[in-house]
Design a protein around this ligand. Structure first.
Ligand SMILES: [Zn+2]
Length: 283
């Protein structure tokens, strides 16, 4: 859309939504940055910061779990306080108005649900849930936080005070950026039902999306006649595959994203702006 001003680009996008009866929307981290949840990647799609937690390491190593829960405890308040932004609200309203058909998100922040989107698949899970790996009971992350703060008062106090040794920066997977000298004294949460090992109910890197969830998402793509990508560089295959599928069956693809995406050559209509700025103008 080079050479067009934002108004003209938004007009084209409006036309795209009107022309297609069943538009599937795929959202990524770029949508939630306006809610105060930082993106993993910069404009060129390059990962920044520390290597994320790997699922197999998390389950194998108590040290990795200890580090995760300590950082997660520090980063949780930011995630817990994040609220849906104008982009989330607009998507819920576009769905209610029948302008979009369904939504698939790569985000785990739960903000689409809170904004009121209903035909929704959270591809990578939801950080507000914690699952027991032994008995599969689903716990509320907010309850786990209460336990963590009570069991680790010193760390809770220094995190709240922003001490030099504990500098929380929330990450999308709940794994805050903090450096801790000694985690030996840190108390990890366990399942209140069976004493088992807890894991946030999200898909870590190195883990697979459950087959029924993938099947439901692919079904949504099958039923759609067009795809709109919002705030994703599509560097993760689980998102990119929807563009490949749409393109393979001749379904047009539009995108709202600041910076390049892995699927730029497949995208027919691209608006380079933030989602929270563009989406409300489609109403
Ligand atoms: Zn359990």
């Amino acid at each position: 859309m080079a050479g067009m001003n934002l108004n003209e680009q938004v007009d084209h996008l409006s036309g795209f939504l009107l022309r297609h009866r069943r538009v599937l929307v795929l959202t990524g981290a770029g949508l939630s940055t306006a809610s105060g949840i930082p993106d993993y990647r910069d404009k060129d799609g390059v990962r920044r910061g520390r290597t994320p937690i790997q699922g197999p390491d998390f389950r194998k190593s108590e040290a990795v779990r200890r580090r995760y829960w300590a950082r997660s405890m520090a980063g949780w308040p930011t995630l817990a306080q994040a609220a849906p932004n104008a982009g989330h609200q607009a998507l819920a309203q576009l769905e209610a108005a029948g302008r979009i058909d369904a939504l698939i998100t790569q985000n785990v922040d739960g903000l689409h649900q809170r904004a009121g989107s209903s035909r929704l698949i959270e591809l990578h899970g939801n950080i507000h849930g914690v699952i027991c790996l032994d008995c599969r009971t689903l716990h509320r992350r907010a309850d786990i936080q209460r336990w963590l703060v009570e069991a680790n008062p010193a760390l809770a106090a220094s995190a709240a005070a922003g001490a030099d040794s504990v500098v929380p920066e929330a990450r999308p997977d709940g794994d805050a950026e903090i450096e801790l000298n000694d985690l030996q004294d840190f108390h990890m949460p366990s399942c209140g039902d069976c004493g088992g090992t807890l894991q946030p109910d999200v898909i870590f890197f190195g883990d697979n999306i459950p087959a029924p969830r993938t099947a439901a998402a692919l079904e949504m793509m099958e039923q759609a006649d067009a795809l709109l990508v919002v705030g994703s560089s599509l560097m993760v295959f689980s998102g990119y595959r929807f563009c490949k599928l749409a393109a393979a069956s001749g379904k047009p693809i539009a995108a709202i994203n600041l910076g390049k995406t892995r699927a730029d050559e497949l995208i027919g209509l691209k608006v380079e702006a933030t989602a929270s700025e563009v989406l409300p103008r489609l109403l």
